[in-house]
Design a protein around this ligand. Structure first.
Ligand code: NAD
Ligand code: UD1
Length: 338
């Protein structure tokens, strides 16, 4: 009996592989390395302390997936494989719909064919849009989603809910992540963005290591305590453990559940800069520039449902997230380098 992890060589997937093995699961990984380097494999195995089968597999291709299901008794799938760059999705909408939606549909078809009906899916807080007030709760209506990436998450959520209605054996745990940051405490796996990072924490850590001259703070005129945007940052290892809990839940229940994975604590951009400086003793120069299009004032989770249903809650604080990010960045200034 094994759990298939699609996109298991990526940022969140690599950490989840390690935590799943530590929790006693056998893990099989499928990744097409579109946004991952094969060098991550040996680091995952070293941390997990156990061999893991890795398949080069594009989840859009049944012919790539079927041999995995033939080879292994896959009881559940944790589905990370997808593209996630908001800006790119506005330029390449069809490619995003193809990869993120066709990929999920093909995966589910193959799962059904092999009688596997437990899925944990990576959704995003972005589906709440900007209309809902903080803290965000799962029963709130989804908001106006602003870009094709966000729409792929929304459509996938609906596809999985439809599947659960049509097939009463199917179990889909749809996890809405808030802002994952940090890295494994070993400093051997972490986030390895291509080119100039879009997201706050990798940008700050590249400023700290001297690759980028200063941080641009996108707007200081939001209605928050210091004028900068507030987010619910969550340690990637906490997030990974949320998946372990979600797989256990999916094993025991049928139907679709949407669950936030966040801490319930919000920090502004300048709070994060200050916490990073404190954790690392490195000054982060910054300049305030105009707001980034599409950004909202605050994204903050109500994490109650995750605690009630999954028995899971985040453990790590912002300082630990900063320290672990910095250890990864220092040890791997050029990421996984290949
Ligand atoms: P990532 O890019 O690091 O990992 C995704 C992995 O999927 C990569 O290893 C990539 O090579 C692989 N992949 C992509 N398309 C594939 C395909 N067709 N077949 C096989 N493998 C494929 O991203 P991540 O940050 O680890 O995110 C994982 C998931 O979580 C994504 O679906 C993302 O949209 C979602 N998510 C991420 C965040 C975040 O802030 N990182 C927030 C919300 C949701
Ligand atoms: C972004 C995406 C979101 C996606 C998430 C995870 C956008 C608009 N949103 O969320 O869809 O699910 O990443 O991949 O891209 N900031 C700066 N300077 C920077 C970078 C960010 O000030 O160089 C600020 C932002 O304005 C925001 C906060 O930092 O207030 C966090 O930004 P980021 O890390 O990009 O995450 P989100 O925008 O929340």
């Amino acid at each position: 009996m094994a759990v298939l992890i699609t996109g298991g060589c990526g940022y969140i997937g690599s950490h989840t592989c390690v935590e799943m093995v530590k929790a006693g699961f056998d893990v099989v990984v499928a990744d097409n390395y579109h946004n991952a380097k094969s060098g991550v494999q040996q680091r995952i195995v070293a941390l997990a302390g156990k061999e893991i089968p890795f398949y080069t597999c594009d989840i859009r291709k049944e012919t790539d997936l079927i041999p995995i299901f033939e080879q292994h008794d896959i009881q559940a799938v944790v589905h990370f494989a997808g593209w996630k760059a908001v800006g790119e999705s506005t330029v390449l909408p069809l490619a995003y719909y193809d990869n993120n939606i066709s990929g999920t549909v093909t995966l589910c078809k193959v799962m059904q064919r092999f009688g596997c009906h437990r899925l944990v899916f990576s959704s995003s807080a972005t589906v709440y849009g900007e209309e809902n007030p903080a803290p965000l709760r799962e029963q709130m209506p989804v908001g106006k989603v602003a870009n094709p990436y966000a729409r792929t998450k929304l459509f996938n959520e609906q596809i999985l809910q439809d599947l659960c209605i049509a097939n009463e054996k199917f179990s889909a745990v749809i996890l809405r992540y808030f802002n994952p940051i940090g890295a494994h405490e070993s400093g051997t796996i972490g986030e390895d963005p291509n080119g100039i990072p879009n997201n706050l924490m990798p940008y700050i850590s590249q400023v700290a290591i001297g690759k980028l001259p200063y941080l641009q703070v996108f707007g200081d005129d939001y209605p928050t305590h210091d004028g900068t945007g507030i987010r619910d940052y969550i340690h990637v290892v906490d997030l990974a453990n949320g998946h372990v809990a979600a797989v256990k839940y999916a094993m025991a229940h049928c139907g679709a559940q949407i669950i936030n994975l966040g801490t319930g604590i919000g920090y502004s951009v300048l709070d994060v800069v200050t916490a990073f400086e404190k954790a690392t003793n490195i000054k982060i120069p910054y300049q305030v520039v105009p707001r980034r299009e599409g950004d909202v004032t605050i994204y903050l989770a109500d994490p109650t449902k995750a605690k009630e249903l999954l028995g899971w809650q985040a453990q790590y604080d912002l300082e630990t997230m900063c320290r672990d990010t910095w250890r990864w960045q220092q040890n791997n200034p050029n990421g996984y380098e290949e």
